[in-house]
Ligand binder design. Sequence first.
Ligand code: GLU
Length: 431
Amino acid sequence: MNTQGEEMLQTAQNLIRQTGKTLNLSDADIQKLITPEHSHEAKLEIKLDNGSKKSFQAYRVQHNSNIGPYKGGIRFHPQVSLPEVQALATLMSIKCSVAGIPLGGGKGGIVVDPKTLSEAELERLSRAYVRAFAEFIGEEKDIPAPDVNTNGQIMSWMVDEYIKIKGGSTSEEQISKWRGTFTGKPIEIGGSLGRTEATGRGGVIALKELLSKLGSKFQASGPKPTIAVQGFGNVGYYFAEIASKEGFDIVAVSDSKGGIIYKNMEPLDIPLVMKCKKEKGTLSGCYCSGGVCELKGGRPISNEELLELGVDILVPSALENVIHKGNMTKIKAKIVVEMANGPVTEEAHDYLVEKGVYIIPDVFANSGGVTVSYLEWKQNMENEKWAEEKVNTRLLELMTQAFESIWFKFEKNKGSLKDAAFQVAIERMIT
Ligand code: GLU
């Protein structure tokens, strides 16, 4: 049994239970909100390059369709388990509902370490997934997307397989709708401009919204608020890049091997740091990036140290449970933006909130990705292609509205921003 998955499921269900009690819901209603509507399982058998056959366990969980078709990514990871996928599908229902988009929660996964497969094997596995679950997905039923270790390339194999199964020569409008069964696709096959940056962009919108509500209650330590970002993948990188353009100082960034910082916490040049990371493979060797290390005294730092820096804002964008009982007393930031899924444990969350730290919860902070997925789906359904500016404007509108609803509940009921986000989501799911 996978205890981590079980724990995640327990946590998600407890949050819904607590919220249900606050909202005076009946036990029967709470039970309905907790229970996934469908949990599909399949064994995917594919041919390996050496001619032998291998089976992989796969899941698609459909949690709640009260608001609209199921929506959520497919992850490829050795630790995938049924309870974990159920937990993630549950959180997708909350995320879509808070975001104010007409979609419900779903999630899928395959128990596999994709690094052990060749590209051809990965393609066969992706196509096998679609064959196994084709009858349950569809542009009006359940709309998968990328998640951990999956990307636009995998979506393009999946869409291709799906359209093959649907079959027959047909109109361009119909093909566009079938393509809407998957989001996070490459632009050439119906992907949306702005989707790649959307999660990071949405996180910056969330942060700016919070700061505008806090007004003078938030005092930056310097002329500009300082930020440390843990994780320099798609989410962390775009968060850092967009935030620095929006007037924040990104003073430390890290990837799984460690990070970098200047002696006096001068701001980093994010695109330059990325260029260096691409050249060197990791970030920790990039503290001399741009030849300024002598001048500014750049140095590598560990991931642990990054989290404990005296910055105004902390942005964990990589792993789960990085802020926990062991380091919660050392966190100095006044705001934490949860760009990863579940980076702050329940215990650390309650401790920090009690101390007066504002934590923008993952179900809202990283909802920019699924929000632009929704805009991609809408373009496909209407056979349209929107300019990037239109996508970004819609994202801003949707996230601003979502934050208004969260803030209204937060001011009314107190507690944490997470409590408020769950209250907004669940009220919408039951009405
Ligand atoms: N996997 C992303 C998430 O967890 C995106 C989901 C989607 O776009 O459907 O939010």
